[in-house]
Design a protein around this ligand. Structure first.
Ligand code: ZN
Length: 296
């Protein structure tokens, strides 16, 4: 993360009614036209999160007497133009008025949380759409699939940046503490694998032993990353696709479970493996189609 980024605080409301949540479609004459989003907006100078949400829900939907409930999730989104957004999602179950599309909004829709992924939502809301069904009903959802889907989102972002699509997230007590995506081309550095980026980010926050973390990776870690998993004492690894060319967590080697080393890690493999493999396949197909692309 660059120090030059100016972070803007953004609040968004998860308006809940009969197990459904409200999505708003942006108007045609605003930035990111017709994309879907959770209602909300920027926190103005001197406002609390609650005040900002109350103002936004009044302007966008005509709601009054909004009571802001618990914070459900926070995440950061860094846009290519250098703008950073810190997004805070709050539950809202209590308000007066009937939601009506007003300024900047083209349409409203009540959506089942598990159907959110079918909507073309703003970049900053994508991760939240993945985790929301699990936040609302943790007992019904496989948490490993949820966090793997967030890792796949990182992998997709890597692909968009011209990198082999591999993504990783580190999770502690249900919270994402670090994330990474492959950056060897952009950084011109062969060690900038998704896992190492996430491990370094987490170590900067938590110290060199990541004792209560689970690492989610979209591709089986290589020998270098498997070594880093051992050294940072990560107790649990979940990966999607196996890697017949470099996999060191069961395929070519099993470094993370080698009895001769002083730390071993619990492994679950194959979670969303097909999604990850499809992403890798389409990346390499595109690369072959584009003669002027980077070398594999
Ligand atoms: Zn690696």
């Amino acid at each position: 993360m660059s120090g030059a980024v100016v972070w803007r605080e953004v609040v968004a409301a998860v308006i809940l009614c009969d197990g459904q949540v409200m999505l708003c479609q942006r108007a045609e004459d605003v930035p990111y036209p017709l994309q879907w989003e959770f209602p909300g907006g920027k926190v103005e100078e001197g406002e609390s999160h609650e005040q900002a949400l109350q103002r936004e829900l009044s302007e966008e939907l005509g709601l009054t007497h909004v009571r802001v409930g618990r914070r459900l999730w926070s995440s950061e989104a860094l846009y290519p133009d250098g703008k950073g957004f810190r997004l805070h999602f709050y539950a809202v179950e209590d308000y007066s008025g009937i939601p009506t599309a007003r300024s900047g909004i083209a349409a409203l829709r009540w959506v089942k949380p598990e159907e959110l992924l079918q909507y073309e939502v703003l970049e900053g809301d994508r991760e939240f759409c993945i985790v929301l069904p699990w936040l609302l009903h943790p007992e019904r959802v496989d948490a490993d699939e949820v966090f793997m889907r967030v890792a796949l989102l990182e992998a997709q972002r890597a692909a968009a940046e011209g990198e082999v699509p591999v993504g990783a997230v580190l999770v502690r007590s249900g919270e994402i503490v670090a994330r990474g995506r492959n950056a060897v081309e952009r950084g011109a550095d062969a060690t900038l694998h998704a896992e190492l980026i996430a491990i370094r980010q987490a170590s900067a926050k938590l110290g060199r032993r990541l004792l209560e973390c689970t690492l989610y990776v979209t591709l089986e870690p290589c020998p270098m990353c498997a070594g880093a998993i051992v050294w940072s004492r990560i107790p649990r690894l979940v990966f999607a696709a196996s890697d017949p060319r470099a996999g060191a967590c069961g395929t070519l080697y099993n470094i993370v479970q080698d009895e001769r080393l002083n730390h071993r890690c619990q492994v679950r493999s194959g979670v969303l493996a097909e999604e990850s493999a499809a992403l890798l396949r389409s990346f390499f197909q595109r690369l072959r189609a584009d003669e002027s692309g980077v070398e594999a």
